[in-house]
Design a protein around this ligand. Structure first.
Ligand SMILES: NC(=O)c1ccc[n+]([C@@H]2O[C@H](COP(=O)([O-])OP(=O)(O)OC[C@H]3O[C@@H](n4cnc5c(N)ncnc54)[C@H](OP(=O)(O)O)[C@@H]3O)[C@@H](O)[C@H]2O)c1
Length: 307
């Protein structure tokens, strides 16, 4: 990538660091390594496997990618694009570990599910980096150290206005189809509503996503969505119950196990606080009752407590 200045005198992004190389981070890092200098930062067994055998992708994208890996970084060089792909609850600690190592002109792209994720990162880094949000619609699974399974290739969604155009160009050049949205808050809520229905139900019932399309769960799905839509609208987001129809149309085609279901089955912490938990929290702020989402949070916390 070139290092010459572009528009507004800002340097172009010239190096990519993935912080939290699990399923999503490894997938993005692998594809971006086609044309960029990429460093994956993750846990030791995965990084050792990548450094010795390469990163192996199978499924809808196949190949062995020679990407560099590390378990920690001593600096985030000037002009780096840092993809934050830890789970939402790990953001604060992960970003705090690099806060004092951030060079000039670093952009942090938060590629996670949930609501309020970028605010957490902004609180940690302050003015030291530009923080923007992206949405992942692919379905990626971590199989074993060094091996990632690409179940479904989807687009990446970014907003407009900052470095997003440049990032979209970098992603598209590497085969990561990326769309710039005019209404990012709506996109974030749309994804959130899908996650608020699919994730806790699949985790509680321990079934793949398509099974929560069962008729017996129709009323429950509708009530979760109604509460989310009421809170979204109180937040000024342009969302309506059309999202329920959309959801009912797509769930039967999803054959994977949601990340929350996988987390519960592996005895790991889930992202419930950033999903249904955020709907409950914001509902309280607006005086909107969210009993069904509250029940989802309590039930998932119960399961987490048995770890
Ligand atoms: N997978 C998907 O298909 C998908 C699709 C859309 C959105 N998302 C979202 O994308 C985000 C990432 O999901 P994922 O499925 O990729 O999760 P993941 O496989 O658990 O990957 C996150 C990785 O980050 C590691 N990590 C945590 N803190 C770290 C630190 N300080 N330094 C280095 N590594 C660290 C984790 O290690 P430990 O596990 O040891 O903590 C884990 O290996 C989530 O918000 C998820 O909801 C995922």
């Amino acid at each position: 990538m070139s290092v010459t200045p572009e528009g507004y005198g800002r340097p172009v992004l010239k190096r990519i660091i993935v912080l939290g190389a699990g399923a999503v981070g490894s997938y993005y890092g692998a594809l971006l390594s086609r044309k960029n200098d990429v460093l994956l930062v993750g846990r030791r067994p995965h990084i050792e496997a990548i450094n010795s055998r390469g990163l192996i992708l199978s499924g809808e994208v196949e190949g062995v990618f020679k990407v560099r890996g590390a378990t920690e970084i001593s600096e985030v060089p000037d002009g780096s694009l840092l993809l934050l792909t830890t789970k939402a609850h790990d953001s604060e600690r992960a970003v705090a570990s690099i806060r004092d190592r951030l060079g000039e002109g670093v952009v942090i792209l938060v590629l996670q599910n949930g609501l309020g994720n970028e605010e957490v990162v902004r609180r940690v880094v302050g003015e030291r980096a530009e923080v923007i949000r992206g949405l992942v619609t692919s379905g990626i699974e971590f199989r074993e150290p060094g091996r990632i399974f690409v179940r479904k290739v989807g687009e990446t969604i970014l907003g407009r206005g900052g470095r997003e155009e440049e990032i979209a160009r970098i992603f598209n050049e590497c085969g990561l189809e990326t769309r710039l949205s005019e209404d990012m808050p709506r996109e974030i809520w749309r994804k959130l509503v899908m996650n608020c229905v699919i994730n806790p139900l699949t985790a509680l019932l321990r079934v793949p996503d398509n099974e929560v399309a069962a008729d017996s769960l129709r009323d429950l799905r509708r009530r979760i969505v109604e509460e989310c839509v009421a809170v979204a609208r109180a937040e000024g987001v342009n969302l309506d119950m059309g999202i329920l129809e959309e959801l009912e149309g797509v769930i039967p085609s999803y054959r994977n196990f949601s990340s929350m279901c996988q987390d519960i089955m592996r005895g790991k912490r889930t992202e419930i606080d950033f999903l249904n938990g955020k709907v409950v929290e914001l509902g309280r702020r607006h005086g909107i009752e969210t009993p069904v989402n509250e029940a989802m949070v309590s039930l998932i916390r119960f399961l987490e407590g048995r770890r």
